[in-house]
Design a protein around this ligand. Sequence first.
Ligand SMILES: *[C@@H]1O[C@H](CO)[C@@H](O)[C@H](O)[C@H]1NC(C)=O
Ligand SMILES: *[C@@H]1O[C@H](CO)[C@@H](O)[C@H](O)[C@H]1NC(C)=O
Ligand SMILES: *[C@@H]1O[C@H](CO)[C@@H](O)[C@H](O)[C@H]1NC(C)=O
Ligand SMILES: *[C@@H]1O[C@H](CO)[C@@H](O)[C@H](O)[C@H]1NC(C)=O
Ligand SMILES: *[C@@H]1O[C@H](CO)[C@@H](O)[C@H](O)[C@H]1NC(C)=O
Length: 559
Amino acid sequence: MFLDVTIFFFPAKVSFYRRLEQKKMSYLVIAVTISLLIFYQFQKKENLTIIPPREVPKKHHDVCTVQPLSPKEGLEEKLLLESIAWPETPSLLTPLSLNETSYPAKSTFTILPQTGGGQWHVGDKLKVLIKMCDFQGHPKKSGGDVLFARLHNPTLGAGVAGKVEDHLNGTYSAVFSLLWEGSAWVEVTLVHPSEAVTVLRRLNSEQPDRVIFQSLFYSGSISETTICNVFLRSTEQPLCNYTDLHTGEPWFCFKPKNLNCDTRINHSKREVKQNLKANEEKLFQLGVNMKVSIPASGPASVTVLPRQKAVNSSNMESGLSGYYYKDEWQTLSGTKVQQFNTPSAITQCLKGKVVHLYGDSTIRQWFEYFNGALPDLKEFDLNSHKQNGPFMAMDIPNNILMTFRCHGPPFRCHPVPISELRYIANELDNVIGGTNTVVIFGIWAHFGSYPMEVYIRRLQSIRRAVIRLLNRSPGTVVIIRTANPKALTLFESLANSDWYSLQNDKVLRAIFKGLNVHLVDAWEMVLAHHLPHNLHPQPPIIKNMINVLLSYICPIKSG
Ligand SMILES: *[C@@H]1O[C@H](CO)[C@@H](O)[C@H](O)[C@H]1NC(C)=O
Ligand SMILES: *[C@@H]1O[C@H](CO)[C@@H](O)[C@H](O)[C@H]1NC(C)=O
Ligand SMILES: *[C@@H]1O[C@H](CO)[C@@H](O)[C@H](O)[C@H]1NC(C)=O
Ligand SMILES: *[C@@H]1O[C@H](CO)[C@@H](O)[C@H](O)[C@H]1NC(C)=O
Ligand SMILES: *[C@@H]1O[C@H](CO)[C@@H](O)[C@H](O)[C@H]1NC(C)=O
């Protein structure tokens, strides 16, 4: 009612304040009024009919499967799972002994000589052989270790990710593209021994509910808190079924004893359960067998000479997104990265645009970056929790609107009101789109603890919404942020290890392949950089990501 009145009087208010000729004052009033209008839009939900959540009858308690959206998507799921199948990893005895598990300090890498015994030139490939050994120094005989590789030159601010291949017999290759002249140093990191993968894999099939969520239910003077998740284990307690009617995304809470299912008001993360068998935690020791460099058996660097022949593009095909040179991210194909070094360059690019950001805290970081970098972009105080959002910022003179909203459950967060907990697919269905609309999302960091099917299903439903959006408004710019490696501890590994992210990331790329969407390759941008891996990459990396992002939004017009 109040909002309708505001809409009605809006033109009158504007002309009234124009007559006052108090520019600042009128801007303020316009800003507040527009904010309310936009906020109303922002709040609007498509389904206005209220259907009360259904209570699940007691006998149907084993809710541990996610149904694919359709037979076609079911088949895609099967193919995706096959394409990311990780090699078999050793089964573990209890109590676990580290003796025969992979140990980076006793493993080595060797730079293989250039084919033909010649020297290396820009455009060549550098190949490295990695031999894994256990704590007793014996060569490993099976694969499945999680290895990262990077080639870099600190003085040139250069770095590129390597591609690791598992030979399944305890040896691995890493292949690097040589992209700059001068020295190039090889760095190989054991992220997890294969035995840790055995544990991570078991946890997701046996304990997909180990990250525990809760909801507060409230009515009158009664309040109760119960546990919620994508799956809940069988008990005698009835469940409330909050499966989204539009996307079909499953979500359940135990029914409160004295309240109805429709009295749920809050969602938050409660705790992460750690249920490891004896000594298994020893497989996750930072600096011992988790995120540790593997030493070189000989030289760890090569000297790269200038390119020998004319550019042979088939030799350059690397499957890489890009590399750092002078600390600036360069792409290897597609959109050229421009440097947006001043607030006015960024503002110029965003002028007249609506930018919607959706996802986890790694997307929130971008909202925060813009908000900090652009003095004219003013954040409207929506009274949101500073980690959950939603957020909204505006630059009225330049007609820029920027919003951030977190993704739906299983969002691991401080209490968020149920009305603010929305699925990205549903939000996208409420975007009009068009050439002045930019839609950015990133959803990965909260999915590691589930079977892959949960993530596949979520992305398939987002893809459907992206296809609908691009169909009704083909000019909409859609940008997806990939996952990235992060700092690991035992706790972080169990909740969302890089191994989970690596697998999820492959799925994300496959699902959005072939659509008119752009990727910001956070994975390579963090892996190739000299700064330590971090869930929330440090400012120099974020700045590079923002340059990539803005280069997609404002590409150089080809003459
Ligand atoms: C939950 O609700 C969805 C949507 O109505 C339904 O398809 C599903 O079967 C329900 N699940 C259970 C366990 O009742
Ligand atoms: C592990 O190796 C040490 C030293 O070689 C040995 O003393 C110990 O018995 C081994 N433990 C197991 C469980 O094999
Ligand atoms: C491991 O497999 C690779 C690729 O098949 C092979 O070239 C290499 O000789 C094998 N190494 C060992 C130690 O078996
Ligand atoms: C480029 O390299 C590929 C593979 O090494 C080779 O087959 C091809 O003939 C080369 N093309 C040119 C134009 O040199
Ligand atoms: C949400 O839940 C927390 C407890 O989990 C509670 O303290 C808080 O008051 C709730 N917020 C609202 C808006 O009800």
